[in-house]
Ligand binder design. Sequence first.
Ligand code: UD1
Length: 417
Amino acid sequence: MGKFIIKGGETLSGEVNISSAKNAVLPIIAATILSSGKCTIENCPMLLDVFVISNLLRSLGAKVNIDLNTSKLEIDTSEVKCIEPDSELVRRMRGSFLIMGPMISRFGKAKISLPGGCNIGTRPIDLHLKGFKALGVNIDIGHGYVEASTSKLIGDKIYLDFPSVGATENIIMASVLAEGETIIENAAEEPEVEDLSNFLNKMGAQISGIGTDKITIKGVKSLTPVIYKPIYDRIEIGTFMVAAAITKSVIKINGTNEEHIKPIIAKFSELGINMEKDNESLIIDGRKELRPLDIKTMPYPGFPTDMQPQMMALLCCVEGTSVISETIFENRFMHVPELKRLGANIKIDGRSAIISGVKELTGCSVKATDLRAGAALILAGLAAEGETEVSDIFHIDRGYVNIEKKLNGLGASIKRV
Ligand code: UD1
């Protein structure tokens, strides 16, 4: 259990390179099960969650080769036979449940322990199961496990009560080899769902309506292994945008897809931040006085819940009153007591947080309670006067590649101990 010790008050400058998106790579790794051959993922972010899902696939019989030097991940799933992944690994990460769809598709059965993950809400799997059942899968839940079995997957029309990212991905993966056509309505439109669909189409799947709320999947007989480079991580981009704003600095962020970060850019414009595009780069100038603002998290293309804690850290330092409403997860304000320890003025009213900007945050010991909450505390620590100690940083390592090295490269002062 490491800690970060951050010396606040440094101005940042220079350039930072963004890694590929964790939330794109995890379903893509799960989807390699569908091809029964060797897939290669280029520019793979070397993250704790990637290592966990790689071990999960190994526990099923896959050969996974991780090359840290070239950031290449090779996964050979031809020997996968086991249908029950290591339950300890499954419980460590909610994303593990994404192997359910591919397993059902390839073997007609799977047994997986109920998933774990960030402590940000109850996070049910009912929509995943609703989709599987519509495709003809029998589901049994008991003793902490979900058991699925089917003799044949047959396409159907599935309406999701909520555009769940994971459920959309799992249903897509379960239906690519099903007989006939599957239509998912009220599907998630997140760029990571789009990236998974592009990966599957490259393998030979027939998915249309990609990036819309109605996705149509025409079942094909088989898929072939491919080499793929996932999209950049829009949440990492947003996190570095906040790093520039909270330290009143100018930085260049390399590896940005303007379309994917539109909701974040819109809020940065409202804040009064100057931004300049330069091909796949974005220059953020955080030196101007910022204005308070209101944010409501929504499914894409709304403002991402995964940027909510980081934006809250920033708004703590913006004079005036801002309001953040969290509509996606019911328990995603765990960073609030920690930000308050740093001197923030935040009141919670149901699913809203009312933030009154303070002149200065002051360093102290705080605890990362989940991945993005941890990122928010690092950002607050960059702005705080004195030293901030962030503990339980394994949460942060789940989703950020070398965050302290990247920030130190920009002039921050962060030590991992
Ligand atoms: C994914 C992301 C996560 C992000 C979230 C929302 C990955 C690995 N993780 O998580 O970082 O915060 O999208 O953008 O990609 N729900 C149900 N029933 C279900 C499934 C979900 O009610 O069967 C609810 C959840 O409780 C939650 C909401 O839907 O309130 C959104 O969850 P979902 O979109 O499924 O998030 P994840 O796929 O778990």
